[in-house]
Design a protein around this ligand. Structure first.
Ligand code: ADP
Length: 498
């Protein structure tokens, strides 16, 4: 019998405790699925605030956690809870000054000035607390820049602490890039805060044009690297989408993989979703109408039977708002309504607010984070827009499939890997699940929306698109199996090195 894998999953956000985007959902969905296929998986994350829904189950398991940050020692602690309805332990690294704040990484659009210190503390705390617990991971699975110092420490710093070396000597690392656009860049003179030697602050280490680049450290020092869709794993090796790290990624291409994200259908399914006005499944899609009226009512739109285009997104250049705003006036001349939910760049907030004032009965702009409204949009809209310039995976198109809402998206990254386009051959095979446009431009976006709207007019054809989407299966189970294969590759590498 093969040994059960012990996996420590490190992430800076975990739904339902914390979430700013897709990472939060992945960090609960994937561990849940890995547990179901037999891994001993445990999640570790910063304890931003005491999660109210599980506070009665929270227990402090490490009282005193002194961590060296530069010249100082900072005192933290460790609490334990569970992912809801599972036996997956979630460890929360606590430190009042670092983590008990309004935001996770920023407030009012400004990154916290001490982010390097905060996530240095977290990364060190992970290694010291897990050792204290005496549970030895086979694999430490790190995610994005916030946790990328962990693999660096294991290879470049731990040698100074003999006990730590011994404890982690058979432990390997997998590093997942969820978005190459966020690299954790900090001024070079802050490097001593990391506790690392200057010898790793160079071209072959964490240095990037004079700055500290944490993501680069994760890519270089992990045993294996992956990203969240096969297409994105190729795109990031190109100058166009490599955000300056394409050379580093090309150098590691032998160890670079792409695994699609999945959906936690226990969380995202209209037949059980308590937040929407009516529950429905493939057999009862007519009940979407109730959700549509509810959405119109909630958002102050005229209640009538017109196609609704929904968007739930960070308001960022990445998400395609530059091309969307160029066609907004044209869109508003059509017999449609639009609901937008998002937070992000002030520039886009201002422009969208102006459109909402100009077309008050046709467009609803909601500039806040609201999980319930996100679900109401998935259920009440007919078309879901994802015009992202690049998209590592994207979760909303997967949620849209299940909610019978048809995505219109740019053919990039995970959107290209998951949406089956409205082409003659796909139509002939009755497998279309959405509309993709090839070139990132306002004109092509408009064309794709107009095509979707014309198909929407043909009720029987539209129903077939909805059916293909609702039948598609992106559950985490398959992706979790792919991750186990990568974990085993990591173990193989560790054995070779010994
Ligand atoms: P990213 O992680 O790049 O933001 P993803 O598509 O991977 O994009 O995941 C975004 C997740 O965040 C989805 O679950 C989406 O519904 C959610 N989300 C984004 N903005 C909001 C918001 N303003 N309110 C509620 N949920 C949001």
């Amino acid at each position: 019998m093969t040994k059960r894998l012990n996996i420590l999953y490190c992430s800076s956000e975990v739904t339902p405790f914390s979430k700013t985007g897709g990472l939060g959902d992945v960090s609960s969905g994937l561990p849940r699925a890995l547990k179901e296929i037999g891994c001993d998986i445990r999640v570790i994350t910063p304890g931003y605030a005491r999660p109210s829904d599980t506070s009665d189950k929270l227990g402090k398991i490490v009282e005193s956690l002194p961590i060296r940050i530069g010249e100082r020692s900072e005192e933290g602690g460790l609490y334990e809870s569970r992912l809801p309805n599972t036996s997956v332990p979630v460890y929360f690294v606590s430190h009042d000054k670092y983590f008990n704040r309004k935001g996770l990484y920023q407030e009012d659009g400004n990154d916290y000035a001490d982010n390097l210190e905060r996530f240095t503390f977290f990364s060190m705390a992970v290694l010291y607390t897990i050792k204290k617990l005496g549970w030895k991971p086979d694999i430490i699975h790190c995610n994005d820049w916030q946790t990328s110092l962990i693999p660096v420490y294991l290879k470049a710093m731990v040698k100074e602490d003999k006990d730590l070396i011994d404890f982690y000597k058979s432990c390997g690392t997998l590093f997942t890039i969820h978005n190459l656009g966020y690299q954790g860049l900090f001024m070079g003179d802050k490097f001593p805060l990391t506790g690392l030697r200057w010898t790793v602050f160079n071209m072959n280490g964490l240095e990037f044009y004079g700055k500290i680049n944490l993501l680069k450290g994760g890519i270089l020092f992990s045993d294996i690297v992956n990203t969240v869709s096969p297409t994105y794993s190729q795109e990031i090796q190109t100058e166009e989408l490599g955000h300056g790290l394409h050379g580093v990624l090309q150098a590691r291409r032998g160890d670079l993989y792409g695994i699609l994200n999945g959906v936690d259908y226990k969380e995202w399914d209209p037949s059980i979703d308590k937040h929407i006005a009516a529950r429905y499944s493939l057999k009862s899609t007519s009940r979407k109408k109730i959700c549509k009226r509810d959405l119109q009512k909630n958002c102050g739109l005229t209640i009538k039977d017109v196609p609704i285009i929904g968007i739930v997104s960070r308001l960022d250049d990445q998400k395609g708002f530059d091309i969307l705003i160029k066609i907004m006036d044209e869109l508003m001349q059509l017999e449609i309504q639009m609901v937008i939910l998002g937070t992000g760049r002030p520039k886009y907030q201002d422009i969208l607010k102006r459109f909402a004032t100009k077309y008050p009965t046709k467009i609803s702009v909601n500039l806040f984070f609201d999980d319930t409204l996100a679900r109401k949009i998935e259920a009440g809209a007919d078309i879901f827009l994802l015009p992202s310039k690049y998209e590592p995976c994207g979760l909303n198109q997967l949620y849209s499939f299940r909610y019978g809402t048809v995505p219109v998206a740019h053919k990039t990254g995970g959107l290209a890997d998951t949406i089956i386009d409205y082409t003659p051959s796909n139509i002939a095979m009755d497998r279309t699940t959405g509309f993709l446009f090839n070139h990132y431009s306002a004109e092509d976006l408009l064309k794709a929306i107009l095509l979707a709207l014309s198909v929407y007019g043909d009720k029987a054809r539209w129903k077939r698109l909805i059916t293909s989407g609702m039948k598609s299966d992106f559950s985490w189970k398959r992706s979790a199996g792919e991750y186990v294969k990568l974990y085993k590759k990591v173990r193989g590498k560790i054995k070779e090195q010994r």
